[in-house]
Design a protein around this ligand. Structure first.
Ligand code: NDP
Length: 338
C-alpha cells in the first residue's frame, strides 16, 4: 500500500498566507482501478493563483491545496499514461495521487514533451509550462508588439515576467523591467538582455521610466496592478496596449464579499490615450498549448531564452516556498523539489 502526504488548506487566508493556514496530512492510497494510474510527484509548483483562487472563489477549508506538479507515473492501468512516463498534472500539493481522468476534465494531465537531455523536467512547471505559455500568448496575442517599440513589464524577474521580457527582445523591442531588488534588476540586464530595469522598492518609478523610456511606453505587460501600474499607464503612448496578466499587489486584500474599489482616475488616461487594456486567463489558449511550449523549447535550445529557478528542497517546505514566492524571495520560477 502506498502512503501519500498532502498539504491541506486548513484555515482561510486572511491577508498574507501564513504557515498556520496549512496542515500536513498522511493517508493510505487505495489500489488502482481500471483506467487509473498512480503519479509520484517530482517537482511541485507554487504560484500566485493558488492564493487568488482560494480567496476569490471562496474555496472551502479542509481540501487539498490546489496546484500543478511534474510527476512520474509509477503504476498504471491506463494505456495513455504508461508506467515510467513523466507528466504534468493539476493534482494539488500531494506526493502521490491515484489519477482517474474523469476527475480531471477541466485541466487534464499530459505527458511532457521531450525537453532533450540537458533541460530539467521542472521546466514543465515554469518556462515550458503554464507560466511560459502565459508569457507567450498573453504578451504576443494581447500586446501585439512591433520592432523598436518600448515594452514595460512589472513583476519582471518572476517566472512569467522574465519570459515576457526575453520574448520582447526576440521581437526586436526595447524592454524595461520593474522588479523588487537590485539583484533582480542586475539579472534582468546582465543575463537576460533587458535594456533597463527599475527597483520599485527604492526608485522613483516615474522619473526612472521617463529616463529609460524617453519615447514613451507602447506595450505594458502588467503582473502586479496597483500603484506601479498607475505610473506606467501615465507614461503610455497613444494607442498603447496593456496585457493585464496579474495584480499581485492586491492579492492579500481579495475577498469574495469585499466591496470593489471605485475605478481609478486612470480611466481618463485610457480614454484620451486611446489605450487597449485586456485581461486574460492563459487557459484561453488551451487548444494551442503545445504550440507555445514547443516554440519556447526551440528558443531555449537556441540560447535565445534563458531561465532561472529558485528551488526549495523537500515536500515539507511547500508552504514556506509559497509564502516566500509571494514575498518576492524567488528569482525566476519558484519550485519545490520532492
Ligand atoms: P512570480 O514568479 O513573478 O512570483 C511572484 C512575484 O511577485 C514575486 O517574486 C515578487 O517579486 C512579486 N510581488 C509580490 N508582491 C508584490 C507587490 N506587492 N508588488 C509588486 N510585485 C510583487 O510569479 P508568476 O510569474 O507565476 O506570476 C506573475 C503574475 O502573473 C502574478 O500576478 C500571477 O497571478 C499572474 N499570472 C496570471 C496568469 C493568467 O492566466 N492571467 C497565469 C500565471 C500567472 P518582486 O521581488 O519583484 O516584488
Amino acid at each position: 500500500m502506498v502512503k501519500a502526504k498532502y498539504w491541506e488548506y486548513s484555515s482561510k487566508f486572511v491577508g498574507e498566507p501564513k504557515l498556520s493556514n496549512f496542515k500536513l496530512v498522511e493517508e493510505d492510497l487505495r489500489e488502482l482501478k481500471d483506467e487509473e494510474f498512480l503519479a509520484e510527484a517530482i517537482f511541485l509548483s507554487v504560484d500566485p493563483y493558488q492564493q487568488v483562487y482560494m480567496n476569490f472563489y471562496n474555496f472551502p477549508t479542509g481540501i487539498v491545496m490546489i496546484g500543478g506538479q511534474v510527476a512520474k507515473v509509477i503504476d498504471s492501468k491506463n494505456e495513455q499514461f504508461p508506467t515510467g512516463c513523466t507528466i504534468y498534472g493539476m493534482f494539488g500539493w500531494r506526493t502521490h495521487t491515484v489519477v482517474n481522468l474523469i476527475m480531471h476534465t477541466e485541466y487534464p494531465p499530459y505527458i511532457l514533451p521531450d525537453f532533450g537531455s540537458t533541460l530539467p523536467a521542472s521546466l514543465g512547471l515554469g518556462l515550458l509550462g503554464m507560466p511560459g505559455n502565459t508569457a507567450y500568448f498573453g504578451f504576443l496575442e494581447i500586446c501585439r508588439p512591433k520592432p523598436d517599440e518600448t515594452v514595460v513589464i512589472s513583476g519582471a524577474a518572476g517566472a512569467v515576467g522574465s519570459t515576457v521580457g526575453q520574448i520582447a527582445k526576440i521581437k526586436g523591442c526595447r524592454v524595461i523591467g520593474i522588479a523588487g531588488s537590485d539583484e533582480k534588476c542586475k539579472w534582468l540586464i546582465d543575463e537576460l538582455g533587458f535594456d533597463g530595469a527599475i527597483n520599485y522598492k527604492t526608485a522613483d518609478i516615474d522619473a526612472e521610466l521617463k529616463s529609460k523610456a524617453p519615447n514613451g511606453v507602447d506595450c505594458y505587460f502588467d503582473n502586479v496592478g496597483g500603484k506601479i501600474s498607475s505610473i506606467v499607464l501615465q507614461n503610455m503612448n497613444l494607442f498603447g496596449r496593456i496585457s493585464v496578466c496579474g495584480s499581485i499587489s492586491n492579492y492579500n486584500n481579495l475577498h469574495p464579499d469585499s466591496v470593489p474599489e471605485p475605478l481609478p482616475e486612470q480611466q481618463t488616461t485610457i480614454l484620451f490615450k486611446q489605450l487597449t487594456q485586456q485581461g486574460f486567463v492563459v487557459y484561453r489558449w488551451k487548444e494551442q498549448w503545445l504550440e507555445g511550449i514547443n516554440q519556447l523549447l526551440e528558443w531555449v535550445k537556441d540560447g535565445k531564452i534563458k531561465y532561472r529557478e529558485t528551488i526549495y528542497e523537500g515536500f515539507e517546505k511547500q508552504p514556506e516556498a509559497f509564502i516566500g514566492m509571494l514575498r518576492g524571495e524567488n528569482i525566476g520560477k519558484a519550485i519545490v523539489k520532492i
